[in-house]
Design a protein around this ligand. Structure first.
Ligand code: ZN
Ligand code: ZN
Length: 536
């Protein structure tokens, strides 16, 4: 999840621009949480002088938090036509989403914002209209690479604008803030055009149906599949809402010129098996996406059979291996042939390998390099590469670090709070809140709830009410754990000194401790315990 801030001015009075505002996807360590995003509290406190939020491209890790966080920033947002359409489509799909002041711009336009000026520079990546930024202030020019790679023959959109980067380098660049994702990989990425050729070969050779799964936003890849299908005289069926949304935008913006209209999922079953290519969402094993449903044989329209082929034109993002593995196994059981990037060149990353990073350093020749966008290992490798390329100052920073680029010696000068926010249903909750740790405890050992009514003398009135969830019914000896808990509660209350019995909080505390002790002895685990003592 990306959110960068550039400031200019004295410590007491700075003008700011923000770059990107993205999300990360929560894993099983955050039960019930959909998305994670940066906590914008710091810049929220400075929002009066926040001049703009610039979005480099429409990937979720760069744009996904805009709808949730913009109300706290309140500034205009600068982005390309494709990113603007993606944001707008998402906004319209969420009830009550704010109307956001959008400024659509294109690479090469120069925008002045107080002491800053900036321009977008086209870069190749894995989504249309990806950009790097050149941001100038009276103290120099900063190149913020965004996500990029060098691809001499992209299937769609502009190449990385070597000429512009070289010109900036000639004029002098103070600092480059750059993508580290593939800094541990030698050489240069293959081109999207090579992937397109490989996909074409696979589709041309296939006897049965072909299904290709890829990232919904990779319009270039979907275009390559569509071209291959066209040449093999096959129709394309799009399956998955996320993909339909992106493709609608891509069509409107002329990115699919020359490609015949896609047919609806309902017609899939009526097409001869050698006349169809399905393009599906779900390459990361998402359980509700189209591919998972096909693998489980419960998709209403799309089925596969022995002799059909599924191409994973994607990379499994770390953490998703199990989910993807389950889908692959489900498909193999149906007799489907699987092709992944281990078998053929059916996917390339959108990020630069070392060879491409070296070229970029040769073009831009910054005085300072700041590796970003990667794990610590990737950023350290990027730092070493920048040093080898002769960059004078390389600054490795952590989330929240404030770096002085100029004037004077560049350095980390301050650390700001850089907490995260969690999207929980409709709500944004703070990382420090009790919600997630409580959920984790609940998932580990369940909960026991007890209600006790007592009169003012501290005598139990009526029956004790009790309920348990996530607790086994019996212990190893076959004793009923609910009965044991109930006995424990009665024994505990009766054993309490009279004075303590008249204090509901004290009773609740003792009963909680007793229940957890009993269950720990019989079960080896201590569940959460809610004891409610009511005085009647
Ligand atoms: Zn990206
Ligand atoms: Zn990214």
């Amino acid at each position: 999840m990306n959110l960068s801030l550039y400031g200019y001015g004295t410590p007491a009075k700075k003008d700011w621009i923000a770059v990107d505002c993205g999300v990360a996807f929560a894993g099983p360590e955050l039960p019930g949480i959909d998305l994670v995003m940066p906590d914008p509290s710091f810049i929220e406190g400075e929002k009066k002088r926040l001049r703009a939020l610039i979005i480099t491209h429409a990937h979720e890790d760069h744009i996904g938090a805009v709808a949730d966080l913009w109300p706290r920033l309140g500034c205009p947002i600068y982005l390309t036509p494709f990113a603007a359409a993606m944001l707008e489509t998402k906004r319209l799909s969420e009830a009550g989403a704010p109307k956001i002041p959008i400024r659509v711009i294109r690479p090469g336009e120069r925008i002045e914002l107080g002491p800053f000026a900036f321009e977008m520079i086209s870069v190749a990546h894995s989504i249309p209209e990806s950009t790097a930024l050149a941001i100038t202030s009276p103290l120099g020019t900063v190149v913020h690479t965004g996500d990029w790679k060098i691809d001499p023959t992209p299937v769609l959109g502009e190449k990385t604008d070597e000429g512009r980067f070289r010109a900036l380098g000639d004029a002098g660049v103070l600092a480059m803030i750059g993508d580290s994702t593939n800094a541990i990989r030698e050489g240069s990425s293959p081109s999207e055009a090579n992937v397109a050729l490989e996909l074409e070969k696979i589709i041309a050779a296939a006897k049965g149906r072909v299904a290709v799964t890829t990232f919904a936003s990779n319009v270039g890849r979907i275009r390559a599949v569509a071209e291959a299908a066209m040449r093999a005289d096959r129709q394309v069926v799009l399956v998955g809402r996320a993909m339909e949304r992106v493709i609608t935008i891509a069509r409107e913006q002329g990115m699919l010129e020359g490609i015949p209209p896609f047919v609806s999922a309902e017609s899939y079953g009526y097409l001869p098996r050698d006349k169809v290519v399905a393009v599906l969402t779900g390459s990361q094993g998402e359980p509700r996406a189209a591919l998972a449903r096909v693998a489980n044989d419960d998709h209403p329209e799309v089925t596969l059979a022995p002799g059909d082929t599924v191409v994973f034109s994607s990379r499994t993002i770390p953490g998703n291996e199990k989910a993807v593995g389950a889908i692959v196994n489900g498909l193999v059981k149906q007799g489907v042939q699987i092709i992944t990037d281990r078998d053929a060149l059916v996917h390339v990353s959108g990020h630069p390998r070392r060879g491409e990073m070296e070229q970029m350093y040769n073009w831009v020749r910054p005085q300072i390099a700041v590796p970003v966008h990667g794990e610590p290992y990737h950023m350290a490798e990027h730092a070493a590469l920048a040093k080898r390329m002769g960059v004078k100052e390389v600054i490795l920073a952590n989330d929240g670090d404030m770096i002085r680029l100029a004037p004077g010696e560049p350095d980390v000068v301050d650390t700001l709070p850089a907490a995260r926010l969690f999207k929980d249903g409709y709500l944004l909750i703070e990382e420090a809140s009790r919600v997630v740790p409580e959920r984790r405890k609940l998932s580990f050992a369940g909960i026991v709830s007890v209600a006790i009514a007592m009169d003012e003398r501290g005598v139990v009135v009526g029956d004790i009410q009790m309920d348990m969830a996530g607790v086994p019914e019996q212990d190893a000896m076959g004793d009923d754990l609910a009965d044991l808990v109930e006995e424990t509660v009665l024994d505990c209350v009766e054993g309490l000194p009279k004075a303590r019995r008249r204090d509901p909080d004290a009773v609740a505390e003792s009963v909680t401790r007793a229940i957890r002790g009993t269950l720990n002895a019989r079960w080896g685990k201590k569940p959460m315990c809610h004891v409610l003592v009511v005085t009647v």
